[in-house]
Design a protein around this ligand. Structure first.
Ligand code: UDP
Ligand code: MG
Length: 304
């Protein structure tokens, strides 16, 4: 089994997690490799990864040149994974290793994907909760995929990993894409613990960017919305044109100054908004055609 763990400033949590994983997997008699990706951490994460390898844990250590984000780290980890199946989990202790035997059992019975679902969301500030509700609702409405309680904690058959790696796109949203494949998925449930140590690295800005990126790389629904606004606008204008002509013909043409101002403002701003949204998609095409690598490796070692 390969266990892929993306790490950004997790020096304080990593050793405990690996100890727990080691005990549980040894009990099950599972041959394993830990694929630890240091996503440009500023703390001692890389040093700890090296120490753990020296202590005899079967580790593949990957160090990015800078912070490329969790999605890139997961992708890099999956591309180094040689085991079957592959587990992806967080490095902060929020994804309980004790769930893995259960997931493995489902895999042995033939499931290609076993997803761990949150029984309930962990306690979090109100703004964060509202934002994520909004994001998941938008995502569900526009793509038909419900990700509300879904997590990145997954056990994947080698075939799924291969399929995931063979997708050509650069902007990736692991959770969404795995769901998008549509393979039958088994579920297991857990109640998330609060983070062991350190801080969640999601700032408001990072969260909004992540949400927007995931939405735009998954759905053209914002573009459709524009079309809808456009069509509604045209229908509205037809009414106004009729009214204006009527006034003109009956000699009451001077009125309607405020209507003009309102229309100007509305039209101007909706055109700008439209251009902006179209721009986002053009930018996406631009990013994808550049074909830049998803991450850059500074160091890589294999202790197995
Ligand atoms: N992570 C990462 N790169 C980043 C941000 C996070 O590799 O830029 C890792 C992090 O170390 C952890 C996992 O992704 O293992 C989940 O991150 P976090 O706990 O900050 O997110 P949350 O649990 O709040 O969603
Ligand atoms: Mg976390």
């Amino acid at each position: 089994m390969s266990i892929v763990i993306p790490l950004y400033n997790e020096a304080q949590n990593l050793e405990k997690l690996l100890q727990e994983l080691d005990i549980i997997l040894n009990k099950e008699g599972i041959d394993k490799e830990f694929i630890l990706i240091d996503d440009g951490s500023q703390d001692d994460t890389w040093m700890i990864i090296q120490q753990l390898a020296n202590k005899g844990y079967p580790v593949k250590g990957l160090r990015f040149t800078r912070n490329f984000g969790k999605e890139a780290a997961i992708y890099a980890g999956l591309s180094k994974a040689e085991g079957n199946p592959v587990v992806v989990m967080d490095g902060d202790g929020q994804h309980p290793p004790s769930l893995i035997p259960q997931m493995l059992e489902r895999w042995q019975k033939g499931s290609l994907i076993v997803e761990a679902f949150k029984k309930k969301r962990q306690p979090e500030p109100l703004w964060k909760r509202l934002c994520s509700e909004l994001f998941y609702s938008l995502f569900r409405i526009s793509t038909g995929l419900d990700l509300r309680t879904s997590t990145d904690f997954k056990l994947l058959d080698k075939k799924i990993v291969r399929a995931y790696l063979s997708l050509p796109e650069r902007h990736r949203f692991f959770r969404g894409l795995i769901k998008w494949f549509g393979f039958p998925t088994e579920k297991v449930y857990f109640t998330p613990q609060s983070r062991e140590k350190g801080f969640s690295s999601w700032s408001l800005k990072k969260l909004i960017l992540f949400a927007w990126n995931s939405l735009v790389s998954f759905t053209i629904w914002p573009l459709r919305l524009l079309l809808l606004i456009g069509v509604t606008g045209i229908l509205g204008s037809l009414i106004l044109i009729t009214q204006t002509l009527y006034y003109k013909l009956t000699g009451k043409a001077l009125e309607g100054f405020s209507t003009i101002i309102i229309l100007q403002l509305l039209l101007g701003s909706s055109i700008l908004l439209g251009l902006g949204i179209v721009g986002e998609y053009v930018a996406r095409v631009y990013e994808e055609t550049k074909q830049r690598p998803i991450y850059v490796i500074l160091e890589y070692f294999k202790s197995i």
